[in-house]
Design a protein around this ligand. Structure first.
Ligand SMILES: Nc1ncnc2c1ncn2[C@@H]1O[C@H](COP(=O)(O)OP(=O)(O)OP(=O)(O)O)[C@@H](O)[C@H]1O
Length: 778
């Protein structure tokens, strides 16, 4: 079959983004992957399907490979792309429904460009009802649009029988008119958003589709004065809200629930009203502000049982309101500028009324009496963090719609919090035992949900906007994300031997303020900074990484020497950007290793002009004076902690030392810690019966954790060395693994002990002792 050359359109909205495929350089984390597709009907036209921003370079290349290299492979544990006989990429519907909630917006993968043939066939096999066919009508249409035709874009053999797609550099990306792009994207959105919506409701795909199409159908037939276009717009608004607010994440928050609820109620209400009633109700037009106040009350009150009753609906206003809610979630700064948060929160312990809106549009108050029924099934709507994986019964929309009764949101459905007890009554405590990692024990009465974190909702698409609003330099942001943002260092408390006090302290200082910022105010305000000091190799970096892994805060890992050298000239800006980003992604921890190198005492010989400037900026930022106006969704201040480490605390500038309010010593492990450390080191090797780790621990007094690691490595190599000593290379190659895997015995440890010395001197330790006696605070 002949290769179809893509038509070129001069204007395009999608291809303005750099594609990994088109770039010569390596893919970067902020690349947008654009996959081009053509339709069967119009093969000469190539449409673009945007895929996603901010995949890691590996994700980008893997995705390309998976899509165009047409290899059957498991991509990112998320999505299995398979090659069908006619060389299409098929994303089985099962895979689609299994996509994790954040798929569309996170670094993992967001390919949603595929033939839905298989999905359709598979689904049909399961459900043959007419209704189902209707549901899939649109998908049938999409099917034609969403086919991967690498032949058209990559110039390879259309039969698909030949070689894999041509190198990605052959893609051309300038052939999409605005209109075509718009159409295609909105279709794609339909698919993606359906998924999002479905997840928000935690129902299965089929039910969800029925729901969506049911709405559409009913609106179509409805005699209501609101025409289909408007209603469709409303549905779209909801969908857009979910999408744009990165609903995949937001559904853990009240917003998803609220929107779902409003939609359902709207529909139910309209069904239940006569035309004249509808007209009269629609005549009432509450202001957007009224509506917004209500929504804000909902968001702001963590402890109320809500009843939302929709008395009236105006789609335009509704849309406006949703937009504003979206704005609030995605761009708190501009939202706040426009519409200050209400000053007083409604306080309500057991059902007293919240602020009564001046309009009748929505009333919020637990009403008792006729017309109100609790619907257990709506429990499934409570998707607060602690319940995200709820398998509550699917909502039967048909039933819900048929009712004339408003739906009652069950307790906790919106905020996930049941009581009004302030955090003072129920502060989580951090418990660390010698045997177990620190755990945050949340008392029975305490709020069980981590407050809504901005970074949960501000996903990639919105981040760019937020960054822009906060004046974050794009290039620096990319560098920081690449070089300093550690997503999961994968070090757990249990990987660290000893240092129990430090673990407890770090957990307390870093976890709790992130969980309950409202409690850590005034005198309880979180530490501005924490300094870990001690000899080299004692686990300071590991502790910082464990903080990142265990505490769930966004973790920026910064080497102070990098700050001072690599970015010379730009260093202050880098520091500013770093803190701004940390606020945006709050709660965050900024770990500054070797802090002495950027914060040596004024006038000392090591202080260059550049260092001085970086230091000053660091001090300003730590004071919060250079802070952005970013607010958490709950209106609080973003929690940004600085965690610093140094082997040379005595070099620290006094100003920096003051800001690192909590100063803790991470010393060489004690006997118990050394034994633990030894156990950790040898956990994967076979030990002979005669090995007594306690004896080894006794002989390693003064060893740092790093020294013990070296010792174990040495011991573990002894047998291997002996075996290899007199062998020729060819004989070495012939050795079988099992011949090498000989148990390590006590003599190996003794030999290693003779070779490996403690790297710490008594004098070093004394110097730390002295410094801590003067300045320590833990
Ligand atoms: N307490 C510990 N538990 C487990 N491993 C440890 C511990 N202390 C040190 N180690 C081992 O030593 C190595 C070095 O530790 P780490 O880099 O955390 O020390 P550090 O105190 O940050 O050193 P430096 O001050 O030189 O940066 C680690 O990779 C780990 O293998």
């Amino acid at each position: 079959m002949a290769t179809h050359a893509p038509t070129t359109h001069t204007k395009t909205t999608i291809t303005r983004t750099r594609t990994a495929m088109q770039s010569n350089g390596p893919a970067t984390a902020t690349d947008t992957l654009v996959i081009y597709v053509a339709t069967e009907d119009a093969p000469s036209k190539v449409h673009a399907i945007l895929v996603h921003v901010c995949m890691t370079p590996q994700d980008v290349s893997d995705t390309i490979l998976a899509c165009f290299g047409v290899q059957a492979r498991d991509t990112h544990r998320v999505l299995r792309l398979t090659r069908s006989s006619n060389d299409k990429i098929v994303i089985p519907v099962a895979a689609l429904t299994l996509l994790p909630p954040n798929t569309l917006d996170t670094p993992y993968l967001a390919v949603i460009a595929a033939s839905v043939d298989a999905a359709l066939a598979e689904s049909r096999a399961k459900d043959r009802s007419d209704e189902f066919e209707t549901v899939y009508e649109e998908i049938e249409g999409l099917k034609r649009q969403l086919r991967f035709v690498k032949k058209h874009v990559a110039g390879s053999d259309a039969s698909g029988a030949g070689t894999p797609a041509a190198p990605v550099t052959s893609f051309r990306g300038e052939m999409l008119s605005d209109e075509e792009a718009g159409e295609l994207v909105s279709n794609l959105e339909m698919i993606g958003l359906e998924m999002g919506f479905m997840r928000a409701l935690q129902i299965d795909t089929t039910v969800f589709r029925r729901f969506l199409f049911g709405i559409k159908d009913a609106f179509d037939k409805s005699p209501a004065p609101v025409d289909f276009f408007q209603s469709y717009q409303m549905t779209n608004a909801v969908i857009h809200l979910l999408k744009s607010a990165n609903s995949m994440m937001a559904y853990g928050s009240p917003i998803g629930n609220l929107v779902n609820l409003l939609t359902i109620l709207t529909y139910g209400l309209r069904k239940s009203l006569s035309e004249s009633e509808q007209k009269s109700k629609l005549a009432v037009k509450p202001s957007a502000k009224d509506q917004l106040d209500i929504l804000l009350s909902l968001f702001n009150d963590p402890a109320t049982n809500f009843l939302i009753q929709l008395d009236d609906m105006d789609f335009k206003e509704f849309k406006e309101t949703l937009k504003r809610v979206l704005l609030m979630l995605t761009s708190p700064r501009s939202f706040l500028a426009d519409m200050p948060l209400p000053k007083s929160k409604p306080t309500n312990g057991n059902g007293a009324k919240l602020q009564k809106p001046t309009s009748s549009w929505i009333s919020i108050a637990p009403k008792s009496g006729a017309g109100i029924k609790r619907r257990g099934s709506l429990d499934g709507l409570n998707l607060s963090k602690s319940k995200q994986i709820s398998t509550g019964a699917p909502v039967d929309f048909k039933k819900s719609f048929a009712t004339t009764e408003p739906v009652v949101v069950p307790p906790r459905a919106v905020s996930g919090k049941e009581n009004t007890k302030g955090p003072e009554q129920s502060v989580p405590t951090v418990a660390v035992s010698k045997d177990s990692p620190p755990t945050v024990a949340v008392s029975k009465d305490s709020p069980q949900d981590v407050p809504l974190r901005e970074d949960k909702v501000l996903r990639e698409r919105n981040l760019a906007r937020i960054y822009e609003q906060e004046g974050v330099d794009k290039e620096l942001a990319t560098l920081i994300r690449q070089d300093m943002l550690e997503l999961n260092p994968n070090v757990r408390w249990t990987d660290i031997a000893g240092n129990e006090a430090a673990k407890t302290l770090l957990a307390e200082a870093l976890v709790l303020p992130a969980i309950m910022p409202e409690f850590f105010k005034g005198i309880r305000r979180p530490w501005r900074g924490i300094l870990m000091t001690g000899p080299p190799g004692t686990g300071k970096t590991m502790l910082a990484k464990a903080v990142a892994t265990e505490c769930g805060t966004t973790f920026f890992n910064v080497s102070a020497s990098t700050l001072a050298s690599k970015w010379r000239g730009e260093s202050e800006k880098l520091v500013r950007t770093l803190f701004t980003m940390a606020r945006i992604h709050a709660p965050s921890t900024i770990f500054i290793d070797e802090v002495d190198s950027v914060s040596s005492a004024r006038g000392s010989s090591s202080e260059s002009e550049a260092t001085r400037r970086v230091k000053s900026e660091l001090l300003i930022q730590m004071d919060g004076a250079g802070g952005s106006t970013t607010k958490m969704v709950n209106g609080g201040e973003p929690v940004v902690m600085v965690l610093a480490a140094t082997n040379l605390p005595w070099l620290l500038d006094e100003a920096m030392r003051r800001r690192l309010e909590k100063r803790i010593y991470i010393g060489p492990p004690d006997l118990f810690g050394r034994e633990q450390m030894l156990k950790l080191c040898v956990k994967d090797i076979v030990l002979a019966e005669n090995v007594d780790l306690e004896v080894v621990a006794r002989k390693t007094e003064g060893f740092s954790g790093s020294d013990i690691t070296t010792l174990c490595r040495d011991a573990a190599m002894m047998k291997l060395r002996e075996k290899m000593r007199n062998l020729k290379p060819s004989e070495m190659h012939a050795l079988k693994p099992e011949e090498l895997d000989v148990p390590i015995d006590m003599k190996d440890f003794e030999d290693a002990l003779a070779r490996v010395q403690s790297s710490l001197s008594g004098a070093d330790v004394e110097r730390y002792d002295q410094w801590l006696a003067d300045y320590g605070s833990a």
